[in-house]
Design a protein around this ligand. Structure first.
Ligand SMILES: Nc1ncnc2c1ncn2[C@@H]1O[C@H](COP(=O)(O)OP(=O)(O)OP(=O)(O)O)[C@@H](O)[C@H]1O
Ligand SMILES: [Mg+2]
Length: 252
C-alpha cells in the first residue's frame, strides 16, 4: 500500500508546553490506523493539526502527493482530508437528509449556496443519501436531527463527513459516551467503511481499537513511542507498562 498521508516532524506548542513533538506518521492508502495514548498525550491536538484546524509550529504534512502544510481546514477538506463533525455542525431543525445534503454542499463550496433550494440540489442529495446509507442511518433519513438519540446523532456526524466524499477520515473518539450496544454498532459500521476510506481513529476503547486497526501508533507525551500491528503493540513491553493499572491492552 502506498502512503496517502505523511507527516514530517510536526510539532505544536502552547507556550512552554510541547503538546506534539516531532510527530512523523505514514498512513497508507486504505488502512485503518489507530492512535492510542494516555489522556493529555496530544491525540486531539494531532488530529487538529492534520485537519488544518491548528497550524503546526514546525514540520510538514503531505496529503495525496501534495504539501498541504500551509492549507487551512476547508482547502484540506476539499482535497478529501475530513474530520468528522468539524466542517459543518448539525442543525436540529433540519432532517438527517437535509443536514447531510448541507454537508455535501459545504464540501464543494466555501460558503453554502443557500439561494439554491436544498431539496433541488440533486448532486448534494445523492451524496447525502450515500453518506446516510454508509453511516447506517437510511431508515432515519427524514427524521429531524432534534429527534435523534445520542448514538444516532454521532452517526449523523459521520454521515455528514461521508457525504462530503472524503478520501481520508479523521475520527476523534467516535465511541465516546456511547452505550455498549451503540459502540458495538459503530465498530461494525467502521468495519464496513474500512478500505473504502483511509481512516485515522483516535479511541480509548481498546476492544474497538484492536478489533478494527490494521496498525496502531502509540502517542505518549506528544511523541510516537511505536507503530505496529495490533499483535506487535499487544506484545510491546513499553506499551504494556504505560497501560499498567488499566485493563490489559487489547483484551476484554
Ligand atoms: N488550546 C490549548 N491551550 C493550552 N494547552 C492545551 C490546548 N489544547 C490542549 N492543550 C494541552 O495539550 C495537552 C494535550 O491535549 P490533547 O487534547 O491533545 O490530548 P488528548 O491526547 O486528546 O487527551 P484525551 O485522551 O483526554 O482526549 C494537554 O495537556 C492539554 O491540556
Ligand atoms: Mg482528545
Amino acid at each position: 500500500m502506498s502512503s496517502l498521508l505523511h507527516t514530517q516532524a510536526i510539532t505544536k506548542r502552547y507556550g512552554a508546553l510541547l503538546v506534539t513533538d516531532e510527530v512523523s506518521l505514514d498512513i497508507r492508502q486504505g488502512e485503518l490506523h489507530a492512535i492510542i495514548g494516555p489522556n493529555g498525550a496530544g491525540k486531539t491536538t494531532l488530529i487538529n493539526q492534520l485537519s488544518g484546524e491548528l497550524r503546526s509550529d514546525s514540520g510538514q504534512i503531505h496529503f495525496a502527493g501534495e504539501d498541504v502544510t500551509a492549507q487551512g481546514i476547508y482547502a484540506r477538506a476539499r482535497r478529501g482530508l475530513v474530520r468528522s463533525y468539524q466542517i459543518t455542525s448539525v442543525f436540529d431543525e433540519f432532517t438527517v437528509r437535509e443536514n447531510a445534503a448541507l454537508a455535501a454542499r459545504g464540501a464543494r463550496t466555501h460558503a453554502f449556496s443557500f439561494w439554491k433550494p436544498l431539496l433541488e440540489d440533486k448532486a448534494a442529495l445523492a451524496a447525502a443519501d450515500e453518506g446516510i446509507a454508509a453511516a447506517g442511518l437510511a431508515s432515519r433519513a427524514n427524521v429531524l436531527a432534534s429527534e435523534l438519540g445520542y448514538g444516532e446523532r454521532r452517526q449523523l456526524e459521520l454521515a455528514m463527513a461521508l457525504a462530503s466524499r472524503p478520501k481520508f477520515l479523521l475520527l476523534d473518539e467516535p465511541m465516546a459516551g456511547m452505550s455498549v450496544q451503540e459502540s458495538a454498532a459503530v465498530v461494525e459500521l467502521l468495519k464496513s467503511l474500512k478500505r473504502r476510506y483511509t481512516i485515522l481513529l483516535v479511541e480509548h476503547d481498546m476492544n474497538a481499537v484492536f478489533a478494527l486497526a490494521d496498525r496502531i501508533s502509540v502517542l505518549v507525551y506528544g511523541r510516537i513511542l511505536t507503530t505496529g500491528t495490533p499483535e506487535e503493540i499487544r506484545g510491546n513491553e513499553e506499551v504494556r507498562s504505560i497501560y499498567l493499572g488499566e485493563e490489559e491492552v487489547g483484551e476484554a
